[in-house]
Design a protein around this ligand. Structure first.
Ligand code: GLU
Length: 566
């Protein structure tokens, strides 16, 4: 009954917003858009100009795949601290006509000279700001493969909006201004770096960021294709740049021209999970995101239908425990598929889940020691798109930490990732076994990035995901519960304050807005929390309302999230 009332309320809200949007066809703020039959589609990304880039491609006759490429290249320009051609991405595509899902792995890979001990003896800060952490970038190859296989437009066409944004510049938003002022922004000090003004201070809110080097690079690639990046002059510039180290002698990069020339995109078999009448699809390894999310949901499934599931104390008490258990399996079993000893679906097997769920305690928890997590990036970006034909893209894309490695490729204007720090720095696990996520030549580091698609009765209904390193997994547990268990309004679900379980010992971060009474009730049950000084994640979602069959979009106000539809 409760669920129903909420749905009706949502519908009224959607209709009023929808009427408003007839006057304002492109909405560049983190609010709902709703339209029964969109003229071109719905785009939700973490920057209004990237959202507009996607819409402009849909308007010009491109499909969701073409729009996704345009959004990604535009994000390289307007959100350079989070993703770009110097990084990697996971992309889920649903093609409505054939009803097929494709999982594209454009993750960075370790160079042939990489070794399991390469991070030992140096601090995380040193490693993560040195060429030693730079993986062979996959984003450009990934989006090129995507549009070649499933798009309608050329690379040149989908790059146009990004080229204009880099050439003409754009106004620095609050989120970008904050990232520029962050100490990691200082790592990018290089001659001609466009992020600093003539006096050497980082650009501020309201100032214009113009990136002529990046415009030049994108124009070259648009004309000559991606081989320039993987074989030509840009490959040489990448190899030269990753031979640097920003903070101490952690070690120069070991990438060679051959590593770039041999980079390949994988189209992998997606991970599937049935949950409460829904069919969820996610990225398989080297991502651990979907498997850890699905395992958590599987452990909680016996409780999710109960009346008291709406009670956040009950729900979070069990969810925090289920997440810790799933993080344990993530650490023990997950990495690049080539070094995993189990099939990723094994942790989703009914018998395994049943046996594992016996460790969930309904009453007060025994007092176990909570250990801090290993350092990791909390950046990256997620966008979701549906076009008028019902094709869908859900993509999470990264350069790992804020501003990646901080190594900016001179004359070409993009940042190199520090993704290889997602490998375990120590090749041996605490239990003495070999880590399934140790650095190995040619392999890809374990990720938490989890673009998700949801289907009901064979009908696509949802696409979502988030940045935030390991916090992604808790963010998506919370969002999935809000949308699929509680049927709350998507924007309300996204805005809700978050927690993040960070490891198997239950180390848990909470946002400063996390409700105090909920926190004390959970503490009384034996949970421990650490305040997260940062906002957690940035969820961008699009969906098809199950009851009234209109498309909607929702974006996260924690960054510059923006929904556009037309
Ligand atoms: N490198 C992280 C991962 O692949 C993503 C970093 C982030 O989301 O900020 O899980």
């Amino acid at each position: 009954m409760m669920t129903r009332r909420i749905n009706i309320f949502n519908q009224l809200f959607f209709i009023s917003i929808s009427l408003l949007f007839h006057l304002l066809p492109i909405q560049a703020s983190p609010v709902f858009a709703a339209e029964k039959v969109p003229v071109v589609g719905v785009v939700s990304s973490s920057h209004p100009l990237a959202t507009e880039a996607g819409l402009s491609i849909l308007r010009a006759g491109g499909n969701a795949v073409d729009a996704a490429a345009a959004v990604q290249f535009a994000l390289n320009v307007v959100e350079p601290q989070s993703s770009g051609i110097g990084g990697g991405a996971f992309i889920l595509v649903y093609m409505a006509k054939t009803h097929q899902v494709y999982a594209i792995d454009a993750r960075e890979s370790a160079p042939q000279m990489a070794s399991a001990d390469q991070f030992i003896g140096h601090s995380f800060a040193e490693n993560s700001s040195s060429g030693i952490a730079v993986g062979v970038p996959g984003t450009l190859a990934g989006f090129n493969a995507l549009i070649t296989q499933w798009g309608r437009m050329s690379l040149g066409q989908v790059m146009q909006p990004a080229i204009h944004l880099a050439e003409d510049g754009f106004v620095v938003t609050p989120y970008l201004a904050k990232a520029l002022a962050d100490p990691r922004g200082q790592l990018m000090r290089a001659p001609h770096s466009p992020f600093f003004n003539a006096d050497g201070r980082p650009l501020k809110l309201g100032e214009r960021l113009v990136q002529p080097e990046l415009a030049h690079t994108l124009t070259l690639i648009a004309k000559e294709g991606v081989s320039l990046f993987y074989h030509g002059e840009i490959a040489q510039a990448i190899v030269a740049t990753q031979r640097q180290s920003r903070m101490g002698p952690a070690g120069w990069g070991r990438m060679s021209l051959a590593d770039l020339a041999n980079y390949h995109v994988f189209i992998r078999k997606a991970l599937n999970f049935d949950y409460q009448g829904y069919h969820l699809v996610g990225m398989p390894p080297p991502s651990s995101g979907a498997s850890t999310l699905f395992e958590t949901l599987g452990l909680l499934a016996p409780y999710a239908g109960q009346e008291n599931w709406r009670d956040p104390v009950f729900r979070d008490h069990l969810s925090l425990q289920a997440l810790s258990l799933a993080f344990k399996d993530r650490g023990d079993f997950f990495g690049d598929p080539e070094q995993m000893q189990i099939d990723p679906q094994a942790v989703l097997n009914t018998a395994f889940l049943k046996q594992r769920s016996h460790s969930i305690v309904l009453g007060k928890l025994p007092s176990d020691r909570v250990l801090p997590p290993s350092p990791s990036g909390t950046n990256t970006t997620h966008f979701s798109i549906v076009d008028k034909e019902g094709n869908v893209v859900s993509c999470t894309s990264t350069i790992e930490e804020l501003w990646g490695s901080g190594l900016w490729v001179p004359q070409y204007g993009f940042l190199l990732n520090n993704e290889l720090t997602d490998f375990d720095a120590n090749p041996t696990l605490a239990n003495g076994q070999a880590s399934p996520n140790q650095v190995k030549p040619g392999l890809r580091p374990r990720s938490s990035m989890s673009p998700i698609l949801v289907f009901k009765n064979d009908q696509w209904i949802l696409a979502y995901g988030s940045p935030g390193g390991p916090t992604i997994i808790s963010t998506l547990v919370e969002v999935t519960q809000g949308l699929l268990d509680l049927h709350d309004a998507p924007q309300q679900v996204i805005n809700t304050p978050r927690y993040a379980v960070m490891n198997a010992t239950g180390f848990t971060l909470i946002e400063s807005s996390f409700p105090k009474p909920l926190r004390s009730n959970l503490e009384a049950l034996g949970h421990h929390f650490t305040l997260n000084p940062l906002a957690q994640g940035s969820v961008q979602a699009v969906g098809l309302d199950e009851t009234y069959h209109y498309y909607w979009g929702a974006a996260d106000p924690r960054r510059d999230g923006s929904v556009g539809y037309q």
